[in-house]
Design a protein around this ligand. Structure first.
Ligand SMILES: [Zn+2]
Length: 227
């Protein structure tokens, strides 16, 4: 059916492409981002956009409705976030390559319901974009979920952080070559607890220096703190 039906833009609904250049351009705005409050051990983080408008629609369509034709633009957005990260302090200071992109693994429940690990699929496109720019990036599935992290939907930031403690373990991956920069990749960031938990696992497991770690996401949610 995908081949027969005309594609409609996830933003404006216009036929022709899955995400039209106009909608993509409006949303695209890579920034270094800190959640507020920021969880301890969250590394330097870049987001390609704010989680709203057509970015939100594209993430949800690719994630929940299996719109795989959006993987490529979403992977390219992640590449822009990674590009910003590795040209900014503190990661830039080290100028260390190669680059390992480590996707946050989907939970077993999410894998069962969605049939795929969308962040890994997007990250493979990110690697292709970065390699086209002569950056020696690789997608390395260094993390796996443990059974201790339960679904954190509905929990506040503090409860989410506690819930995620010990949620990740290292996969069967040998240690990165000396000086490798590891960038944790996820779809969206809200409290930063997931990225922090994943980073702590990598940092302690591989004994990394702080400037060897970063994080990149497609989009950051705007949180409104109660006054
Ligand atoms: Zn559009």
């Amino acid at each position: 059916m995908e081949l027969l039906l005309p594609r409609a833009c996830v933003g404006c609904g216009q036929d022709g492409s899955a995400w039209c250049p106009h909608c993509l351009e409006v949303e695209f705005d890579p920034v270094l981002h800190r959640p507020d409050p920021c969880p301890p051990m969250l590394p330097s983080l870049a987001a390609a956009a704010t989680y709203s408008g057509s970015v939100r629609s594209a993430v949800l369509a690719a994630k929940e409705r299996d719109r795989r034709e959006l993987d490529r633009p979403l992977g390219a957005m992640l590449a822009a976030a990674v590009g910003l990260l590795i040209t900014s302090e503190p990661v830039r200071a080290s100028r260390l390559l190669p680059l390992w992109l480590v996707p946050v693994p989907a939970s077993p429940a999410a894998l069962r319901s969605r049939g795929r690990d969308h962040v890994s699929d997007w990250t493979r496109w990110t690697v292709r974009c970065l390699r086209a720019a002569k950056i020696a990036a690789r997608c390395i599935p260094a993390l796996r979920r443990t059974s201790s992290g339960l679904d954190s939907v509905g929990l506040d930031a503090a409860a989410r952080a506690v819930n995620l403690r010990g949620a990740f373990a290292l996969g069967r991956i040998s240690a990165p070559p000396q000086g490798t920069i590891l960038i944790v990749v996820d779809d969206i960031v809200t409290t930063g607890a997931t990225l922090a938990a994943a980073s702590i696992c990598l940092s302690t497991g591989f004994d990394l220096d702080p400037e060897q770690l970063g994080a990149a996401v497609v989009a950051a949610t705007q949180r409104h703190r109660a006054l």
